[in-house]
Design a protein around this ligand. Structure first.
Ligand SMILES: Cc1ncc(COP(=O)(O)O)c(C=O)c1O
Length: 381
């Protein structure tokens, strides 16, 4: 590593901030061959049910897999799949992009979704990108700030009075009648779009466990499908153990799983800080239950206080995620401490969405104020 002053030409072998002549310094020019990469859509071209419309891509997918310090304390090798860097700051963009690629090819002029959070923003943004109209159906109680952030992309946001649980099915019925293609939480193209998460992980490591925050079940099904397709294609030799993670305050899938039930039941009075995964009657709940049973996978619930602690720990590593996205880390703690995840295991936790979308419950740290003269007095460690 060499730094050089572009004005006086002085060179430095260690990282100084500025040249002794007072001017800025810069690294010496590098010579090398650029790696002209292909996107995950192109690398796995034959795995998609419809040709991805690359001209409308916003750069979703190909997210970083980061080694985490949190794993060291737990005796495992922990990697974080950072989905918060997607164009609308959540994994939803992968599924939205693929489903909209289908919608334009099928001649739809309008798309829709039922959501109040990440999916609403994603569908609204991609509808603008694809040149489609968007109908975003949100619940009566949806938080104003979130709704405004969705409408900024140009989609029609409609607050619906009535039973929010019934809205999913009503949207599909109305969509057929009115020619609006609804891209809800477990739309089959959306679910297939999530396979890219499994493909990208498998390109880098062979995990033993993958922790997946789970609500409707679409994400879990997509990642499961991605790994099983890789296995069938002979690209990986073993499947990881997938862990569906739910909040204690809304855990219809884990409850049915632990009670040995065949089908999920409506979870009365959901109450958790992890609002993004608080679907009381997940449309893919039964499908997730079957996967858990068929493959001997796990379902784990975590409390709000464990979620907040995990969210803070991730922030302490530079990653600000929303409460729903921190649940994987809380679950890992339980599993590692109880010995279910053995020491030395390779574990991936999916960080599904950005914390900037859920600022209201966060308490930041104390902000210091200090006069410029005497600034050093405020900078003690
Ligand atoms: C941040 C976040 N994590 C996880 C999930 C769970 O995804 P799914 O509903 O597909 O199970 C959601 C769903 O909205 C979400 O917004």
């Amino acid at each position: 590593m060499r730094l050089r002053c572009p004005l006086c030409g002085r060179e430095y072998d260690k990282p100084v901030q500025r040249c002794s002549c007072g001017e800025p310094v810069e690294f010496e020019s590098f010579k090398g061959e650029p790696y002209i990469g292909k996107t995950v859509w192109e690398r796995f071209w034959d795995f998609w049910p419809v040709e991805p419309s690359l001209e409308f891509s916003l750069g979703e997918g190909d997210t970083p897999l980061i080694k985490s310090k949190i794993g060291e304390e737990l005796g495992v090798k922990l990697y974080l799949k950072n989905e918060t860097v997607n164009p609308t700051w959540s994994f939803k963009d992968r599924g939205t992009f693929l489903a909209m690629s289908y919608a334009v090819k099928a001649g739809y002029k309008a798309v829709g979704t039922v959501s109040t959070g990440n999916m609403a923003a994603s569908v609204s943004a991609y509808a603008s990108r694809f040149g489609l109209n968007a109908k975003i159906l949100v619940s009566e109680s949806a938080n104003d700030e979130k709704v405004r952030a969705v409408s900024v992309y140009g989609g029609d946001v409609i607050r619906v009075r009535g039973d929010y649980g019934k809205l999913y099915f009503e949207s599909l019925r109305l969509g057929e009648e009115l020619g609006v293609y609804f891209i809800n939480s477990d739309n089959p193209f959306r679910v297939d779009g999530y396979k890219g998460i499994a493909f990208e992980i498998a390109e880098e490591i062979s995990p033993d466990y993958v922790l997946i925050p789970t609500s409707s079940g679409g994400l879990f099904r997509g990642i499961a499908k991605g790994f099983t397709e890789l296995m069938r294609s002979g690209l990986i030799e073993e499947l990881p153990t997938l862990v569906a993670v739910q909040a204690e305050g809304c855990s219809p899938i884990c409850r049915a799983f632990h009670d040995g039930k065949e089908r999920i039941e409506h979870f009365e009075r959901p109450d958790t800080i992890a609002k993004a995964i608080a679907n009381p009657y997940p449309p893919s709940g039964n499908a997730v239950l079957k996967l858990l049973r068929d493959f001997g996978w796990e379902c784990v619930t975590v409390s709000d206080s464990e979620i907040i602690e995990a969210q803070r720990e991730l922030a302490g590593e530079g990653l600000f995620v929303q409460p729903a996205s921190a649940t994987g880390i809380s679950a890992l703690k339980r599993l590692a401490e109880s010995g279910v995840v053995p020491e030395g295991s390779k574990v991936v936790s999916i960080l599904t969405g950005s914390g900037l979308k859920t600022l209201s419950h966060m308490e930041g740290r104390e902000i210091k104020e200090c006069p410029l003269e005497g600034l050093e007095n405020c900078m003690s460690f």
